[in-house]
Design a protein around this ligand. Structure first.
Ligand code: 5GP
Ligand code: ZN
Length: 113
């Protein structure tokens, strides 16, 4: 936890472009966006993966993901939205603090993922 980059963002120790915050959840823009509007949603209480997270924290996080997915789709007029969450290095997780990606998609945006 001491070295967790997302905990540092939550604590305000390193900067991020925050888009939503409540008691349990923070959302901020991805530093290396795969598409316009790429947003990350994290529980404030550190949990590495879906395997460890407290279910109430997970519920709070996915509820915010839904709310922001709707808001971002409308604001950016996207045609669709990828909602994805990776667990452990073998699955491609780079930051070991659970996060949900929101990646807006447009028809013919050419994104290869
Ligand atoms: P993962 O592969 O773990 O699901 O993705 C981690 C995501 O976190 C990547 O999309 C990466 O660009 C993003 N990321 C890594 N470090 C930082 C950071 O310091 N600030 C922000 N805003 N995003 C980060
Ligand atoms: Zn953390």
């Amino acid at each position: 936890m001491g070295d967790c980059i997302f905990c540092k963002i939550i604590q305000g120790e390193i900067p991020a472009t925050k888009v939503y915050e409540d008691e349990k959840v923070l959302a901020f823009m991805d530093i290396n966006p795969l598409n316009d509007g790429h947003t990350l949603i994290v529980p404030k209480r550190h949990a590495e993966t879906i395997f460890e997270i407290d279910p109430q924290d997970l519920i709070a996080t996915i509820k915010v993901a839904q709310k922001l997915a709707i808001a971002i789709k409308k604001a950016l007029d996207s045609d669709g939205m990828i909602v994805v969450q990776l667990n452990n290095k073998a699955a491609g997780q780079m930051v070991p603090h659970l996060h949900i990606h929101l990646i807006p998609r447009w028809e013919n945006d050419g994104l290869q993922i």
